[in-house]
Design a protein around this ligand. Structure first.
Ligand SMILES: C[S@@+](CC[C@H](N)C(=O)[O-])C[C@H]1O[C@@H](n2cnc3c(N)ncnc32)[C@H](O)[C@@H]1O
Length: 436
């Protein structure tokens, strides 16, 4: 995006534009500028450039603005490859060269750990870039509204209709047209979730609606509109963040291969979305590890647990999702691992039940909210020799690292794994060791 052509079209003459000098990128994908001592968060800006921007919202502490015209372009600005960019809110960084995206994420991670975590002299290790900038996602959640299927606009609930998404795996793009045909026939459809296995070349599809889809009708939709490689479809409702299954038709899981490992992943279990980084992500967690007894909290289907089990005597993984634990138990068997046990439990209860045990290693990969205070209390009481903390949210990571460091842990290093190119999301692995 060299100029304002792709940006949301409103008559620039109708609104006052601010001339802003963009200092750097900040979390959320915004460029940061100052205007009359107030911070301005600018959508679609690049570091070190001058833009004319329209103010979208003026709050007490900061304003939010949108680039309307690039006056002096950053040398890392590029034409966004996606025709929907600037309207669809799924990506925030496509207008920036990939290496510069990665550099900005490193700076944001460092700055967040320093500001919230009070961590100075951070050892930011070499980042792991995505294997591909585009075509990396094997799981996509499409929004559906008013006959449109795609993604929300930036910070809005309006759906932008798309025919193609460049960050999705090409095979998921093949499925968009048939899914749109199905969408036409399902009343009040809100979302369609797709998971694709490159290993099986097959899909699972979930339809999310407030009212039940007639089972016979869904069977005929699957047969008439979807290709054979859609192995299973499900009817779901959503209550806030929780999806509830009404019923499922066909095969309920997919198999994924990562290096020498095989994973069964059911429709309701989590799996890492960027297929180009699976092996290097596992390597980042597993490669330098040895232990007698280890615990992995938030273990999902055993993505890390199964490879970790090769590195020590005994490992126990837990997750609150029954479906993930069923998969994990199956995965231990299919990969021939007999020194691993899985427990369906929330992280707090699992830690509590292992309170008095000597643990050499605890691996954690919590959701965006990070650990809660009670979990951190138990963790530092148990004092495992090493903690490996996988995080998808630098702010909650910084908050939790601060507590761990205060309680005697040394942060040996942090590694950024760029799981989500073109978006502002930051995944990282932190390595901690208890100080003598
Ligand atoms: C980011 S995923 C990580 C899963 C796994 N490490 C992987 O890489 O596939 C987070 C996992 O935490 C689980 N989870 C969410 N809240 C939890 C809680 N309070 N206690 C235990 N597990 C929880 C979810 O079911 C999900 O599998």
């Amino acid at each position: 995006m060299k100029s304002s052509q792709n940006l949301e079209s409103q008559d620039p003459a109708s609104k006052e534009l601010l001339r802003l000098s963009i200092d750097k990128l900040v979390y959320g994908g915004y460029g940061l500028a100052k205007h009359r001592n107030k911070a301005v968060l600018v959508r679609y800006a690049a570091p070190r450039e001058i833009v004319d921007a329209e103010v979208l919202e003026d709050r007490k502490d900061y304003a939010e603005a949108l680039v309307k015209n690039v006056v002096l372009s950053s040398n890392v600005r590029r034409e966004a490859p996606c025709p929907y960019y600037g309207v669809c809110g799924g990506c925030q960084l496509q207008h920036i060269e990939y290496t510069a995206q990665l550099e900005s994420k490193e700076e944001i991670l460092k700055e967040t750990l320093s500001r919230i975590g009070k961590i100075k002299d951070l050892n930011l290790m070499d980042s792991v870039p995505s294997g591909q900038e585009f075509g990396y996602r094997v799981r996509v959640q499409f929004k559906v509204k008013n006959g449109r299927m795609g993604f929300f606009r930036w910070n809005e609930r309006e759906v932008v209709d798309i025919d193609h998404c460049p960050i999705a795996h090409p095979r998921i793009n093949d499925l968009i047209e048939p899914l749109k045909e199905c969408a036409k026939h399902i009343r009040e459809l809100q979302e369609i979730h797709v998971t694709y296995s490159p290993h099986e070349d097959g899909f699972l599809v979930k339809f999310i609606t407030p009212t039940e889809i007639d089972r016979g009708f869904l069977v005929s939709l699957k047969e008439d509109y979807l290709p054979q490689d859609v192995f299973g479809v499900g009817d779901y409702s959503r209550l806030r963040t929780i999806l509830n299954r009404r019923y499922w038709i066909g095969k309920e899981y997919l198999f994924f291969k990562v290096g020498g490992w095989t994973y069964r992943v059911s429709a309701d279990s989590f799996f890492q979305v960027n297929h180009t980084l699976w092996d290097r992500f596992i390597d980042a967690v597993v490669s330098e590890v040895s232990y007698r007894k280890a615990l992995e909290l938030y273990c999902g289907v055993g993505f890390f647990t199964i490879p970790l089990s090769e590195k020590g005597n005994f490992i126990e993984g837990s997750d609150s999702s029954g479906s993930a634990i069923d998969d994990a138990e199956y995965n231990a068997k299919v990969n021939g691992r007999d020194n691993v046990v899985f427990v369906k439990s929330d992280a707090y209860r699992h830690l509590k039940s292992r309170g008095g045990e000597v643990l050499d290693l605890v691996v954690l990969d919590p959701p965006r909210s990070g650990l809660d205070g009670k979990e951190l209390d138990l963790l530092v009481k148990n004092k495992p020799e090493r903690i490996i903390y996988v995080s998808c949210n630098p702010s909650t990571l910084a908050r939790d690292l601060k507590v761990l460091i205060k309680n005697g842990y040394l942060l040996e290093g942090v590694k950024l794994i760029d799981m989500f190119p073109q978006t502002y999301h930051i995944e990282s692995v932190s390595y901690l060791r208890v100080q003598e």
